[in-house]
Design a protein around this ligand. Structure first.
Ligand code: ADP
Ligand code: MG
Length: 274
């Protein structure tokens, strides 16, 4: 929750913010007469207030489908997805969604990109600018406020995209592989920057990643999905201190143990011929 104009709601005890109950998603068969295709099934899990949960799993196991259902861009074929106890039936302004591809509008400056989501809410221009500047500062991108997306680096673009996502004041943030297109060094810097921002803001966060170390470095808990149709086949409580400092976490012996565990859980050792 953020300290903007109004006082943030006081969270009751650690309540669950997000809940999947027996969720399945089927898509129509790919060819005429083909049976429906099951993307995910038997999904039941909860995410608590201010918790950071990562989801790992093979390509195509339904991770993005799962996020789309939280964002209200897609509906389950079976079961329910609820936020704060209310079933999700469409897009919801308490959810911020950030993708690998930043989707910044090329004809707008960084500042105007961050203001974009606020325009739809009829916020007065001065207040809008003030809010956007606050987010740029929080995401450490203020010095590039007047640049266009093509004038900044990939890492800076992702910071701007996070600022845009947070500007609408969500309390749940969905991150779909936000660092996967970045070089290794930029990735570490951004992991640290995002982790700090998210921890300070107390956001409930779901991160999808292919990077097992990233999942361990950033999360409180990790859900492992199987090959499609995707199900949750393992759940790991990370139990490491310093969630706001992923780089420090990676040096901890338990972090290495968990990465090894994930490596086995995903059968990566049996898939080296891929
Ligand atoms: N709108 C859709 N229509 C048909 N099939 C889809 C649709 N969205 C996703 N799928 C299929 O569902 C499976 C899971 O996709 P996705 O959630 O994107 O996987 P992931 O993000 O884990 O790589 C894939 O086989 C994909 O082709
Ligand atoms: Mg995906």
């Amino acid at each position: 929750m953020f300290l903007y104009e109004q006082d943030p709601p006081v969270p009751s005890a650690k309540s669950n913010v997000l809940r999947f109950l027996d969720v399945a998603r089927r898509f129509p068969g790919r060819t005429a007469g083909a049976p429906p295709f099951t993307a995910v099934r038997d999904l039941s899990f909860e995410v608590n207030e201010s918790e950071f949960v990562s989801i790992v799993g093979p390509s195509g196991c339904g991770k993005s489908t799962l996020l789309n259902m939280i964002a209200g861009l897609d509906r389950p074929s079976e079961g329910t997805v609820s936020l704060h106890g209310v079933e999700v039936v469409g897009p919801n302004s308490s959810v911020g969604f950030m993708l690998q591809k930043d989707l910044l509008l090329p004809w707008r400056t960084v500042l105007h990109n961050v203001e974009f989501g606020l325009e739809a809410r009829n916020m007065e221009a001065g207040a809008r600018r003030e809010r956007a500047l606050q987010e740029l500062k929080r995401c450490r991108i203020t010095e590039f406020a007047d640049r266009y997306p093509y004038q900044i680096s990939g890492g800076q673009r992702q910071r701007a995209a996070l600022a845009r996502t947070l500007a609408i004041d969500p309390d749940v943030v969905l991150l779909d592989e936000p660092f996967s297109a970045l070089d290794a060094q930029t990735k570490l810097i951004l992991q640290k920057s995002f982790a700090g921002t998210i921890a300070v803001a107390g956001l409930t966060t779901l991160l999808i990643t292919h990077d097992l170390s990233e999942a361990v470095a950033m999360s409180d808990r990790i859900l492992v999905m199987s090959d499609g149709p995707g199900r949750i086949v393992d759940e790991i409580e990370v139990g490491l201190p310093d969630r706001d400092n992923p780089i420090a976490r990676l040096a901890m012996p338990r972090a290495t143990e968990i990465v090894k565990h994930l490596f086995h859980a995903l059968h990566i050792d049996n898939r080296l011929d891929a």
